[in-house]
Design a protein around this ligand. Structure first.
Ligand SMILES: [Zn+2]
Length: 261
């Protein structure tokens, strides 16, 4: 066979092989439990590390924030006992989150454990808490948030069905969602406070290791779950740089779900 004949065959083979081998590497970075202005902007003293929003801007990353509805009420700046008031309300911070191109989705209004709440207060209460969370997000964004991440991913099958019937898409760590659409738990909450149980050698390295494990199973798309925590913010520059180095592209959850099956 002359080179003239080989070339078209090589091109044909490449066309057949490429769509698989050039699989897209996508990440939906998500943050629960906010808006927390002291995390989003950092604490004010000069020399303080940058806030989460600045870190994301520097990395050119658009993320998704699963917020607690109660925070999006006027004048609320956070939890008095555990958080610092930096003079910015959660609502102001949420508007800025949107202005910067991030997405806001639903983490319920009260942040109650929905399985426990269903047992103690009934299904109607659970549905109302999710709807109320959706309403405050809608008041802010202009459209009903499609995605719901239940606190601690705790939800009965019955509640899941009822919420899906109402148009919510449920994010979960369980096998009810296909692997590519399943939440990857970073365990970052174990690094806050005293940090007992924080993944070793660091949160960033542990998340990267988890992604390598998924890649071994052929998964190159991941929904990463973090929380609005200063300890998490501190790990993000390293993590974002490493993932970009591996060829990953970051996007909001709704963009991600359009591309990933
Ligand atoms: Zn939560």
């Amino acid at each position: 066979m002359t080179p003239r004949h080989i070339l078209p065959i090589a091109a044909l083979l490449a066309a057949l092989v490429l769509p698989c081998s050039a699989a897209e590497k996508l990440i939906a970075l998500t943050f629960d439990d906010g808006p927390r202005p002291y995390v989003l902007y950092g604490l004010k003293p000069p020399g303080s590390p940058p806030g989460l929003l600045e870190v994301l801007d520097r990395g050119g990353v658009k993320a998704t924030f699963f917020v607690m509805g109660w925070r999006l009420t006027p004048k609320t700046w956070g939890e008095t006992r555990h958080e610092t008031n930096i003079g910015i309300t959660c609502l102001e911070a949420a508007r800025d989150v949107l202005r910067r191109g991030h997405e806001i989705q639903n983490h319920t209004y009260s942040h109650a454990d929905l399985r426990v709440a269903e047992r103690k207060k009934g299904m109607a209460w659970v549905l109302a808490d999710v709807e109320r969370g959706a309403q405050v997000v809608q008041a802010l964004t202009g459209s009903k948030p499609q995605y719901l991440r239940p606190p601690d991913w705790d939800l009965t099958d019955d509640a899941r069905r009822q919420l899906e019937n109402r148009g919510f898409r449920i994010l979960t760590i369980s096998s009810q969602n296909p692997p590519a659409q399943r939440d990857v738990n970073s365990l970052d909450y174990l690094c806050a406070g005293k940090g007992t149980g924080c993944p070793k050698p660091s949160l960033a390295q542990s998340v990267l290791k988890g992604i390598e494990q998924r890649e071994k199973h052929g998964l190159t798309t991941h929904v990463l779950v973090f929380h609005e925590l200063t300890t998490t913010t501190a790990q993000l520059p390293e993590l974002i740089a490493a993932l970009k180095g591996k060829g990953y592209r970051f996007m909001t959850i709704s963009e991600y779900m359009k591309l990933v099956r």
